[in-house]
Design a protein around this ligand. Structure first.
Ligand SMILES: Nc1ncnc2c1ncn2[C@@H]1O[C@H](COP(=O)(O)OP(=O)(O)OP(=O)(O)O)[C@@H](O)[C@H]1O
Ligand SMILES: [Mg+2]
Length: 257
């Protein structure tokens, strides 16, 4: 939860002194992708929702920890959320994945439940308090994973109609070849699901990882034209990616949108 007191909600106003003219941006009300959650007053969500998307090992955690340091250092309260982090079902979801016992549809609904729980109990309260919410992945990863598994796009769009439209989304794009090196260096192994082993692309996990991550990247590129998120070249240095993110997020924080 936010560690600093929230900033007062900005209002449209122009304050002038002898030498400065400060334009305080107007808050643009948030919207849901579809039907949303019931009983939410969107006008009260004065915080910002920033999403960092990207594959396993694309550098999301590295960037988010730097962004938190920067944001908190400049007086913004922050909250971090991510997939499989709800108090309601994260443990059960992990167990279900270990045993590979759910169908694609029920696994998808389990992830949607995890997302909805965090939306209702973490993201919305923090946004009401004026905080900057940093999401380590969002509905785009959930949709892309299901789409490469052949699930119906309209059904998925409807399911994630509960989600809030973020103020900004950045997708860290890293080639599958680069990802495999990073994941090996970090974990000394590949993950069953992140290698798409359930899809039967190859018996060899390494080969399957490359094929699966290439399919995910294509799907993200396709989703980009619908959802208009920004693709960031994630193969540059950590510092240069961070500078770009800070510049772009700075604009979002200042613009009132
Ligand atoms: N720009 C970069 N260039 C090279 N290596 C990087 C870069 N950013 C992060 N890394 C390294 O890649 C590995 C994965 O980074 P990180 O844990 O931030 O990724 P992630 O997207 O959060 O991964 P996960 O999906 O496992 O949570 C780490 O060892 C990290 O040090
Ligand atoms: Mg991470």
């Amino acid at each position: 939860m936010p560690r600093r007191p929230a900033r007062p909600a900005p209002r449209t106003s122009t304050r002038s002194t002898a030498s400065t003219r400060v334009v305080v941006p107007e808050i643009t009300p948030k919207t849901f992708f579809g039907h949303g959650l019931p009983g939410v007053d969107l006008e009260k969500l004065t915080g910002k929702l920033i999403v960092i998307e990207g594959a396993d090992g694309s550098g999301r955690s590295t960037q988010i920890s730097r962004l938190v340091e920067w944001l908190e250092g400049t007086g913004h309260a922050t909250l971090q959320v991510g997939l499989k982090r709800s108090t309601l079902v994260s443990e059960q979801l992990e167990q279900a994945q270990q045993g590979n016992i759910l169908s694609r549809t029920t696994l998808s609904l389990f992830y949607a439940t995890d997302f909805a729980d965090q939306l209702e109990h973490a993201m919305l309260p923090a946004l009401r308090a004026g905080a900057v919410v940093l999401a380590d992945r969002y509905i785009y990863t959930l949709m892309a994973r299901d789409l490469v598994r052949g699930m119906d796009e309209r059904w998925l769009r409807n399911l994630y109609g509960i989600a809030l439209v973020p103020d900004a989304v950045f997708y860290l794009e890293v080639s599958p070849e680069q990802l495999v090196q990073r994941v090996f260096a970090k974990n000394q192994s590949l993950d069953f699901w992140e290698s798409g082993m359930d899809l039967g692309l190859s018996r060899d996990m390494f080969d399957s990882f490359l094929k699966y991550q290439a399919a995910m990247r294509e799907t993200f590129r396709r989703l980009q034209s619908t959802y208009r998120f920004r693709i960031i070249d994630g193969e540059r240095s950590t510092a240069s990616i961070n500078e770009e993110l800070k510049t772009r997020i700075g604009v979002v924080l200042a613009s009132g949108r």
